[in-house]
Design a protein around this ligand. Structure first.
Ligand code: FES
Length: 285
């Protein structure tokens, strides 16, 4: 398939408005089951890992089912028990994988949410087919078992491609500050008088959005683009010396470290000072 055709397929799914009728209520249910700010949300997001949890879990599922398929195709009678075990291992790993994906999908919207909906429906179908395959294998109907897991593998592969589109095409799960940088030299970004005590204030250094906060003589400067999905932190709120993102509630200390997810990457911190009435920042030393 030509790259252009691949993109046009993904874009077609992104534009499927009727999917919203399914996605909207499902997303509300997902948000109720995995509330923002909960330990469960942090666990499923991968905040504790410093990396999104969903992608590495998908490797376990796909790896198990791919290995089972290869044994089905190339193995002999002696490899049948191993193939069955791999089908079951993939099914077991699919449960936490689906939960982590559901948590990530709950924070999507628009075209990404639609692609995520098709991705989830495909993966659920692939899971059901592998479960049925396992029962068929246990019941002695190996031909049917192989057919079911083969069909499940094909659907899972298409879903995996959609998942790749979400990550690499739409940036879901990517650290949104990855390409931001601050000037190496002290650079004026604001008149100091524009900075009110305790107010979250936005500025720009080169092309990087900067969040400024004055506490007495001290000025804190962080990247203003939330590492989770890129929302402007200065539109959030200050809460007990932490900054809460307005979009999904990620909470950061004033040094940029994470208190609460779903963010998995800390906010870049910059040096800040006031000289001759100007607020200056530079890359953290
Ligand atoms: S954009 Fe999601 S928590 Fe900030």
């Amino acid at each position: 398939m030509e790259p252009v055709a691949r993109e046009s397929l993904a874009e077609r799914i992104e534009g499927l408005g009727p999917l919203d009728a399914v996605a909207e209520p499902l997303q509300q249910l997902a948000k109720a089951a995995i509330p923002e700010g909960s330990t469960l949300k942090d666990a499923l997001s991968g905040t504790w890992l410093g990396h999104p949890l969903h992608p590495p879990l998908t490797d376990v599922v796909i790896g198990a089912w791919t290995s089972a398929l290869l044994l089905d195709l190339l193995g002999d009678e002696s490899s049948e028990p191993a193939a069955d075990t791999l089908v079951a291992a993939g099914v077991a790993a699919a449960v936490p994988t689906a939960l982590s994906g559901l948590s990530d999908w709950a924070d999507t919207r628009g075209g990404s949410r639609r692609v995520g909906t098709v991705h989830a429906l495909g993966n659920t179908t692939a899971l059901v087919l592998h479960v049925l395959s396992w029962f068929a294998r246990r019941g002695g109907d190996r031909g049917r078992g192989r057919l079911l897991s083969g069909a499940g593998f094909a659907i899972a592969s298409f879903s995996a491609w959609l998942g790749g589109h979400l990550s690499f095409g739409k940036g879901i799960g990517v650290n949104q500050t990855a390409f931001d940088s601050a000037p190496e030299e002290w650079t004026a970004v604001l008149d100091a008088e524009q900075l009110s005590e305790g107010a979250l204030t936005a500025a720009t250094a080169d092309t990087t959005p900067v969040l400024l906060l004055r506490r007495g003589d001290q000025v804190h400067a962080l990247d203003d683009r939330c590492s989770h999905r890129g929302c402007a932190l200065h539109e959030g709120r200050l809460e007990n010396d932490t900054i809460v993102c307005p979009c999904h509630g990620s909470t950061f200390r004033l040094d940029g470290s994470i208190v609460r997810g779903p963010a998995t990457a800390p906010q870049p911190r910059f040096d800040a000072r006031i000289v001759d009435g100007k607020l200056e920042i530079r890359a953290a030393s």
